[in-house]
Ligand binder design. Structure first.
Ligand SMILES: Nc1nc2c(ncn2[C@@H]2O[C@H](COP(=O)(O)OP(=O)(O)OP(=O)(O)O)[C@@H](O)[C@H]2O)c(=O)[nH]1
Ligand SMILES: [Mg+2]
Length: 543
């Protein structure tokens, strides 16, 4: 029988024995236990320091709530395990509503490459780290969640949670990166977990993780939101079409391209140079002509150009008469006017017509011929000069005069009406024969004192006119330019045309200046022409 004392000793021994925990490797002494009870903090002791993953179970100890580990907060469950935070947990505290989207700001620790960063990051979605997103366009229409994540530094990692209600399909696009940060400095735990579909039927959630900052940057540049950018990323990339151009194929080239088949640099240079010097149209060139003051004063004095009837009346013309208005002349008793009147008051008589040069009449009188293109007004001018209407036939149909017609003015002078050249209602061979006949006449005719080359004021000189001029220059036949139908254009254009022709024929020797300007209809300039022609015949001797 043990004595009472021995029993007491046994009991004491039992009481002094250490309590051994049943957890894995950790041993917690009674002392430690006491210290925890004192501080209200679970202390792991030296053996467990630095190994956060190893959890310590202390018998009879409950660590519900938050356990502080060296200044950091960590959620632990009642069993002392790290508490997993799900989407719906912790919802109420930090969640804000922005544009119908719940967002929360939650402290988050990012540790990469041994560095530890603590950032306040706005996170979308039900949890602090998740973003609700609609991957499809149809989703966007109804429930479009759009929250731009703020990119702060390059190594930032976004976690995006995508929901798709309509399709009911979950698509995992990326992976979740849940980073837990425990322990200070070098001791860090980064938990990256690839999260597979964890969605219910009604609500599918896809977790998307994008780590490429370059992608983000590019999207920001293009101004697309994440949805659009996502769509663009998923699109099959189009291959660039390379079009090979056959340098010898000119089927698609415009005719006015001006670039040669080879498209050499020189050709392009020439083209550029020609572009630099813009070509002025003929009309623009004509408008740029500045008439001399002498011509302008002549135009004004003779009432040339298109005029109002009231201006003609004020100038002394009898506008009630249908005949040329100069039949009421500015009568003056100057000697020159008397001479002019004497010559052109004589009777005008037709006496010969010639189709060929052999039919020309014998040159007994000094001759003044009227040449020019068909319909320029040669026959009309003869009538206007002599005021004898009907002696010379006129027509609005080009090509009426088909022979060289000789008219005797009084007893001392001869006026010659030539067939026109250029366009006419006649066969080509006939027209050519007219032209040849005229050329022969102006170049060989003895007694020809002056050729009045008539030019339509509106159209100016044509190549055939120049041909005849060249011929007369060669044959040294004196010729005078007479602008006709001046009543059809503005006075300034009459002056411009006269100036243009004078400049063109500046170097010609056989041309008689100045250029005369007339209108057989209005009679303007006829008196001046009479005066000029009277001076020719005045000193001409009878042959
Ligand atoms: N407005 C206007 N019309 C004129 C003038 N002179 C002639 N005409 C008209 O021009 C047309 C042709 O006149 P013509 O005298 O027959 O011309 P042409 O040079 O002899 O013609 P061809 O004999 O065919 O060579 C006629 O209808 C005339 O009325 C003018 O000064 N002003
Ligand atoms: Mg005629």
């Amino acid at each position: 029988m043990p004595s009472e004392d021995s029993l007491r000793q046994r009991l004491k021994k039992k009481a002094t024995k250490p309590v051994v925990s049943t957890s894995r490797n950790s041993i917690r002494t009674k002392k430690n236990e006491n210290s925890f009870e004192k501080n209200g903090v679970c202390d792991r002791g030296n053996g467990s320091e630095g190994k956060l993953k190893k959890r310590v179970k202390v018998k009879g100890m409950q660590c519900g709530g938050e356990v502080e580990e060296r200044g950091k907060l960590r959620t632990l469950d009642s069993g002392g395990k790290k508490k997993r935070v799900y989407a719906k947990e912790g919802w109420d505290k930090n969640v804000k509503l922005e544009n119908g989207v719940e967002t929360s700001k939650k402290k988050r620790t990012l540790i990469r490459n041994g560095e530890k960063r603590v950032k306040d990051e706005p996170v979308e979605g039900n949890t602090g780290h998740l973003t609700m997103r609609g991957p499809s366009k149809s989703m966007n229409a109804g429930l479009k969640v759009k929250q731009s994540t703020h990119m702060r530094k390059e190594r930032k990692e976004d976690v995006v949670l995508v929901t798709d209600k309509q399709k009911g399909k979950a698509k995992e696009v990326g992976k979740i990166g849940l980073v837990g940060a425990e322990d200070q400095g070098s001791r860090s735990v980064k938990r990256g977990r690839e999260n597979k579909t964890e969605l219910s039927k009604g609500k599918n959630q896809v977790v998307v993780s994008r780590s490429s900052f370059a992608k983000k940057k590019a999207r920001d540049k293009t101004g697309l939101d994440d949805d659009d950018a996502e769509m663009l990323d998923d699109r099959p990339k189009k291959k660039k079409r390379v079009i090979k151009i056959d340098p010898h194929d000119i089927s698609n080239k415009r005719l006015d391209d001006g670039i040669g088949i080879n498209g050499s640099k020189e050709e392009k240079k020439n083209e550029k140079e020609s572009e630099k010097e813009p070509k002025m149209s003929k009309n623009a060139q004509f408008r740029a002509i500045q008439p001399s003051p002498l011509i302008l004063s002549f135009v004004e004095k003779n009432l040339l150009g298109r005029r109002r009837m009231i201006d003609l009346k004020r100038a002394g013309y009898n506008i009630d008469l249908s005949a040329p208005l100069d039949n009421i002349p500015f009568s003056s008793s100057s000697e020159r006017e008397k001479i002019e009147e004497n010559i052109f008051r004589n009777k005008l008589e037709f006496f010969a017509a010639a189709k060929v040069s052999s039919s020309f009449p014998t040159p007994n009188l000094p001759e003044i011929a009227f040449a020019g293109r068909s319909n320029v007004g040669k026959s009309s001018l003869l009538n206007a000069l002599t005021r004898q209407w009907g002696v010379v036939r006129t027509s609005d149909k080009p090509g009426l005069t088909q022979t060289i017609n000789f008219f005797q003015l009084g007893t001392k002078h001869c006026l010659v009406d030539l067939p026109g050249y250029g366009f006419a209602y006649a066969k080509e061979e006939v027209k050519e024969s007219w032209e040849e006949l005229v050329k022969e006449y102006v170049s060989t005719r003895v007694g020809l004192k002056r050729v009045c080359l008539l030019i339509d004021t509106k159209w100016g000189m044509k190549p055939r006119d120049l041909e005849l001029i060249e011929l007369m220059e060669r044959s040294k036949t004196k010729y005078q330019i007479v602008l006709t139908k001046t009543d059809m254009v503005f006075p300034i254009d009459v002056a411009r045309r006269a100036m243009q022709i004078e400049e063109n024929l500046f170097q010609n020797k056989s041309v008689v200046k100045p250029v005369m300007m007339v209108s057989s209809n209005s009679g303007a300039g006829i008196r001046s022409l009479r005066t000029a022609l009277a001076n020719i015949t005045r000193f001409a001797r009878r042959l």
